[in-house]
Write a protein that binds this ligand. Structure first.
Ligand code: UTP
Length: 305
């Protein structure tokens, strides 16, 4: 019988070049680009904290110093907010530096997502751990964060769990696609993973369930990462290591109650910004008014710039 080790560790890869978001991402890490008024990485860290994870590591590379600075205290600014009576902002800024125990781990050469996760091996220290991609926000429906939803499945199965969502046929080739079957003892939202295919054509795909930027691994993934040769683009692919792990251990997928926002692409960022602004009471009305005006302008004159 497998021993249950409580899940308390999160690894957040945020070291990538972010070429899809150039030129913005040349000097500003894409994980620091704000979604309305918070950098993307803050949403991701908050998701980990909401799932009860207390040891957090962010994988960074040269030029990503702003990520660490965001979570450090800034006494001069706190002092100014205090003196000017901006209490809400003050408590928000203070809460950032009080997030439990964030460790920053360098990825020296950017050899892909799999390599980024491997850098956290010593930090993880043989325990199960969550991986949350630092450029993707997952907004949960209901009270449980998406990482919290995966954790629930881990606690029942003591196996690796990957978040997934159904995607339309035309987007299948952008994601890792999961072949799965019903899992005994679970409702339809949890399935057992049978195989994984990275970015297949819709004709070759075993289904429409795409990996959705959140994972929960047993420590067995590290051995597979160490033995995974560089794949597509010379990078060590996390999906390749997961395929090897599948040969040795069971793996489950949780079809998430929530929605994925990919902030690593320009169009993803633009759509997410509009959606998150509309979700906020203070912006909704003005934003809707602006969007209606723009739509009317374009309907009158589609070539209008
Ligand atoms: P992406 O697949 O979006 O890669 O990474 P990328 O290289 O950053 O972006 P593009 O494709 O060039 O635009 C998903 C997450 O994994 C991290 C990224 O920072 C991002 O949060 N990552 C990726 C690393 O930490 N290291 C890597 O070598 C690659």
């Amino acid at each position: 019988m497998k021993r249950s080790i409580p899940l308390r560790t999160a690894v957040i890869p945020a070291a990538g070049f972010g070429t899809r978001f150039l030129p913005a991402s040349k000097a500003v890490p894409k994980e620091m680009i704000p979604l309305v008024d918070k950098p993307v990485i803050q949403y991701v860290v908050e998701e980990a904290v909401a799932a009860g994870l207390t040891r957090i590591a962010i994988i960074v590379s040269e030029g990503k110093e702003a990520v660490a600075a965001h979570f450090q205290s800034f006494p001069a600014m706190e002092d100014r907010l205090e003196k000017t009576g901006k209490k809400e902002l003050l408590s928000e800024i203070r809460s950032l530096s009080s997030i439990p125990d964030i460790t920053f781990i360098p990825q020296k050469e950017l050899k892909g997502l799999g390599d980024a996760v491997l850098q956290a091996k010593d930090f993880v220290n043989g325990e199960p751990f969550a991986v949350l991609l630092g450029d993707t926000v997952l907004r949960a429906e209901g009270r449980k964060s998406v990482t919290g939803q995966l954790k629930e499945v881990y606690e029942k199965t003591l196996s690796s769990v990957v978040a997934s969502e159904h995607v339309p046929r035309e987007r299948i080739s952008k994601y890792g696609i999961i072949e799965s079957r019903k899992a005994d003892g679970f409702s339809g939202k949890v399935e057992e993973v049978l195989s994984l295919v990275e970015k297949p054509s819709p004709e070759d795909a075993p289904g429409d369930l795409a990996i959705a930027s959140r994972y929960l691994f047993t420590p067995g993934i590290f051995e597979e990462l160490e033995n995974t040769p560089p794949g597509k683009g010379g990078e060590i692919q996390l999906t390749d290591a997961m395929k090897s792990l599948l040969k040795k251990e069971r793996m489950f997928t949780r079809i998430i109650d929530g929605k994925r926002y990919d902030l690593g692409s320009k169009i993803g960022f633009l759509k997410s910004t509009v959606e998150f602004a509309l979700a906020r009471d203070e912006f909704r009305e003005e934003m809707l008014c602006f969007l209606r005006e723009k739509l009317a302008d374009y309907e009158m004159d589609p070539d209008k710039q």
